[in-house]
Design a protein. Sequence first.
Length: 291
Amino acid sequence: MDYKQFLETVEKKVRENMGAHIRVSTRTVKKNNGTERSGLLIEDDSTNISPTIYLEEYYQQFLSGKGVDKIAKEVADLYEDLKVDRPWDEQKLGEYDKIKEKVIYRLIGREANEELLQEVPYVPYLDLAIIFCVLFEAGDYGMATMMIRNRHLKLWHVTKEDIYHQARYNTWHELPGEFLTMSDLIAELTGIKEKCPEEPMYVLTNQIRNYGASAILYPDRLAGISLCLKENFYVVPSSVHEMIIVPESASPGRRMLTEMLREVNETQVPDEDILSDHVYYYDRKERRLRL
């Protein structure tokens, strides 16, 4: 059974587990870097915010021997955790004053998203692009958002500068940043705490670990890190979800960091999560991040 057949089979099984007021269908979504993913769209008549659940990890479990019935039950249980009980007032989306406090930004790669950037307002930043979303919900499973497109600016009678100014304030309030050691992050993910005598690497992200690379844009965040480290440092864009901070004194050098980043992007990071193949450098005297 290939992934498409698996998806269709799980769709039927999940539908059997749901009530008559819930609709289950397959959906293909265009993601970051022009990638596409197919999953299950589960819609409830009582709300207008519907999650799409991607099944690649479940497919790997199926190939390892887990039954389809059990997988369908787990997907239904996950939907119960993901679903938003309160519908979003769609009329608010037509009036900027009613949604502006929910406008946030995120970072994506500029070159890999040229087609998307023709449709959305963005601000160039290094080799990246700052794009904008309306944040409906944020939690342990990620964010429910609506990407802001050029047509929304016309509808709202606002400029790109207006939403950028608003997002600069909103994002770090709605999605507070976190600066932690690499070993602390590994302990968080694995439950195994291994304290290193000296921490050569740190991670900058947000509290929900979703599109947390944008935390480098938060006011005075990089300047604060330089005060903590007491030196200049490299910023390695390991994915759209986090940045790795490497003190200059502990780094193997820009060229080696770049080679490591590109190898990891090619072999370890999902295509939709890749941010950049370039390493950045923060100069604390200039208070500036540069390529």
